[in-house]
Design a protein around this ligand. Sequence first.
Ligand SMILES: *Cc1c(COP(=O)(O)O)cnc(C)c1O
Length: 457
Amino acid sequence: MKKSTIKMQKLDAKHHLHPFSNFGEFSKSKSVHVIEKSAGVYIYNSEGQKILDAMSGLWCVNMGYGQQSLIDAANKQMHSIPFYNSFFGTTHPPAVELSKLLSDISPNHINQVFFTSGGSEANDTMIRMVRHFWSIQDKPEKQIIISRKNAYHGSTMASASLGGMKNMHKQGGLPIPGIVHISQPDFFGACVDNGGQIDSLEFGLKIAKELEYKIDELGEDKVAAFIAEPIQGAGGVIIPPESYWPEINRICNERDILLVVDEVICGFGRTGEWFGSDYYKIKPDLMPIAKGLSSGYLPIGGLMVSDRVSDVLSTYDDDFEHGFTYSGHPTCAAVAVANIRLMQQTNIVDTVKTNTAPYLASKWKSLSEHPLVGESRILGTLGALEIVENKENYKRFKEGSKVTGICRDYCFKNGIVMRAVGDKMIICPPLVINNSEIDELVEKAWKCLDQTAKEIS
Ligand SMILES: *Cc1c(COP(=O)(O)O)cnc(C)c1O
């Protein structure tokens, strides 16, 4: 290893606390990967190794690395006005342009946006806005937000409470009051629990109906909103059965609650449509966005607001007491504008739908022939492999996350980034990935599975 790499690893271990990491172990191991460069769908570590980034950074580099127009947009904006706020009756061209573009590409009934620096802040904003929405209609009792187990909505106090990850709730006294969780449509998990295949459509309906029962149990007059990701991302790429979303739509239409669709991962082309809501024909009242909004080049997020909600909010004759220094940050907004324009000019969403997603799906599905893979599923460019001990009776490994941890380490060795989540290996490659890069991705995935199988046997 290069001396410079070892030096960087030592300093990192000494001074840098990493998100979602074991601090003690991390500071002892001194083996952190130092990522230095990037181009297209590849990253390069400090040893010069070329690595196919099948996770798009962290679900966000949708347009791939090295896009000149995004780099130029940041540079140009920093020269004119790098920062100004949007409080107290001011605005600036990038925020105006981005709001208009977002209104153009989002569903017709959504025409406004409240900017944040990321997805967590978007979800915190959502909770305050939803409760305010009901309160100004003389329904201050409508406070409860229904979310789902294993959901990921961010890492602040409120957004981690919305999330359904038990390990996160264990630390810091979460969840905050007024948030309840129902089941997620984890079809493969249900097959595991049953020791065999069950009917997916029936299962999807059953899980969706939990929302109806929960609303009845709590009282419609107490429930403010339901929040869900179209496809659960960090929870392990949980793709719902086809019966799930239509039933959720029906329930939300019949009940007087708001539907919040967290588009932080599914937005900006992931499913082969602009938004996951377009793919599943969902009509959200609110849509948190982030990640792919700027392809991750600069931190920016937002809460997209439907006419139904904004019409009510605008009747309130005082301030909405909420905002962030960096709401609509000009440089971040300029990069997001450049990103969306690039997506439009290159027709990338259509390419994903007609070429990338079908080709990736055909290749990715072939991984289900591997002895370790109980299911390989994919939608758009979001894919998962369920790692099992026995495919015939859906038996998982006793310590599945150890097995996927081994697999993830082989991924790095073989020059590919996949993520391990519990018993799953997941991918979310940049939308700009081409067919030969997809071939490389799937060949490497197979090789890593083989090496994992060998090591554990
Ligand atoms: C990543 C993520 C968030 C949180 O976004 P941050 O920018 O990390 O705060 C929220 N919702 C979903 C679905 C996410 O994947």
